[in-house]
Ligand binder design. Structure first.
Ligand SMILES: Cc1cc2nc3c(=O)[nH]c(=O)nc-3n(C[C@H](O)[C@H](O)[C@H](O)COP(=O)(O)OP(=O)(O)OC[C@H]3O[C@@H](n4cnc5c(N)ncnc54)[C@H](O)[C@@H]3O)c2cc1C
Length: 388
């Protein structure tokens, strides 16, 4: 499709949000063009085979999970699934701990066997009575008290955000469950699985099923705004960038990834640690809550993908300041950033022919299933509006 040709929808961003919206609109007969400034599709969910042949998630591990049958049904048109129960551990005080905190963690803490009753009584005696936790510190101490908060949450959160948990919205640490039983699954959503061939392959299939769409990579829409002719714009990039940062920059947190691969021979030395041949560490993800370790977590995604390969790759994550030349990863959930976003949102609402969707368009920590739901809903709304 030549650039000058008018399309119905110009869609900025070839991640989950943009490609799913394009597929729906294309299926309804609208002509769509999708742009992305990166040289690949799939946005932050991009995965690829590294030099050792291991399937890795380039922008950090992406654990797909959902409680929505509608979203599973939609995505299953484009992929088969590898079902998985995501397991993580925490490493502090020289050992690995069950995490999220559960009865097993409590036994490890005590150094002896215990019961659910004793664990609940211990929590009752240690938790701080706070009716409506107003920040991330309060949300944890109101459930487990100071000792476990300090061991597993306080320093990790400071390292991740460069902010004290007291300064962060309750939702940040509140997302991590505290369990009374021995359930040590990271997540409890009904559907937990990864696309068998990866996210990029799944999203490529979505493109292949969009006959009225074309995708152009390596193009920054904001650098060439006037080049395109369209009826409606769907913008899944950062909302503040769209408005030329007129109220200032919305803050993000960034991450630097350091990858290291190991051959089968090198792994033999560590097998007593991984407990699983062909793996480097005992779980898919190990958190390092102590501030004297510069990274927050090590992820060995092969535990989750189930890839049958002798080698493995681990990825260390070093939280970093965000600057505009880096990818914006995590919106910073403070009250001041929420207020700034509200000002941009008010501007967005005045734009008749522009939709802002996705994680960056709405400045919110949404998971992949949530942005899928958002893209499907927005596509439905636009199909009704433009078919009328
Ligand atoms: C480190 C990390 C870990 C995550 N882990 C999980 C997880 O375990 N489970 C889960 O469900 N979700 C996870 N997520 C969230 C997941 O990445 C998002 O829900 C999903 O990728 C959002 O899709 P999107 O299309 O809205 O945004 P994105 O994937 O960010 O795509 C937006 C695209 O827009 C492009 N773009 C921006 N501006 C422009 C422009 N001016 N011109 C052209 N293109 C532009 C960008 O290059 C990008 O490709 C994680 C996110 C991060 C950062």
């Amino acid at each position: 499709m030549p650039h000058s040709q008018q399309v119905d929808f110009l869609i900025v961003g070839a991640g989950f949000s943009g490609l799913i919206a394009a597929e729906r609109l294309s299926a309804a007969g609208f002509r769509c063009k999708v742009l992305d400034r990166r040289p690949h599709i799939a946005g932050n969910a991009f995965d690829e085979y590294d030099e050792s042949g291991v399937l890795i998630h380039r922008y950090g591990p992406h654990y797909f999970r959902t409680n929505s049958p509608r979203i599973v049904e939609y995505l299953s048109r484009f992929t088969e699934w590898h079902h998985v129960s995501y397991q993580i551990k925490s490493y502090t005080q020289g050992k690995y701990w069950s995490f999220p905190i559960n009865l097993n963690t409590f036994e490890e803490w005590l150094g002896r066997a215990s019961t659910e009753d004793e664990w609940v009584s211990w929590l009752d005696a240690h938790k701080v009575p706070i009716d409506s936790p107003a920040n991330s510190e309060e949300v944890i101490v109101s459930q487990v008290g100071w000792e476990l908060y300090r061991a597993f949450f306080e320093q990790y959160t400071i390292k991740q955000w460069q902010l004290h948990p007291k300064e962060l919205d309750a939702s940040v640490c509140g997302r991590i469950p505290i369990r009374h039983n021995r359930d040590d699954r990271y997540l409890t959503d009904e559907f937990q699985a990864l696309p068998v061939a990866g996210y990029t392959a799944m999203l490529q299939k979505i493109i292949d099923h969009s006959p009225n769409s074309c995708v152009e990579l390596g193009v920054d829409f904001l650098a060439e705004k006037d080049r395109w002719s369209y009826k409606h714009l769907i913008f899944t990039g950062p909302i503040d960038a769209y408005f030329d940062f007129c109220y200032g920059t919305l803050p993000y947190r960034s991450v630097r990834f350091e990858n290291e691969s190991f051959t089968a021979e090198q792994l033999l030395e560590r097998e007593n640690i991984s407990g699983k041949p062909g793996h480097w560490q005992p779980a898919m993800q190990v958190n390092f809550p102590d501030l004297d370790v510069p990274y927050t977590r090590i992820v060995e995604i092969k535990h989750a993908t189930g890839q049958q390969i002798d080698a493995t790759t681990i990825v260390k994550e070093f939280p970093e300041e965000w600057t505009p030349e880096k990818e914006p990863f995590y919106p910073v959930p403070t009250s001041s950033s929420a207020e700034l976003y509200e000002r941009y949102k008010a501007l967005a609402q005045q734009q008749e022919n522009v939709s802002f969707i996705g994680r960056l368009g709405t400045y919110r920590y949404y998971n992949m299933d949530q942005v899928t739901g958002m893209a499907l809903a927005e596509a439905d709304r636009l199909i009704k509006r433009y078919s009328a």
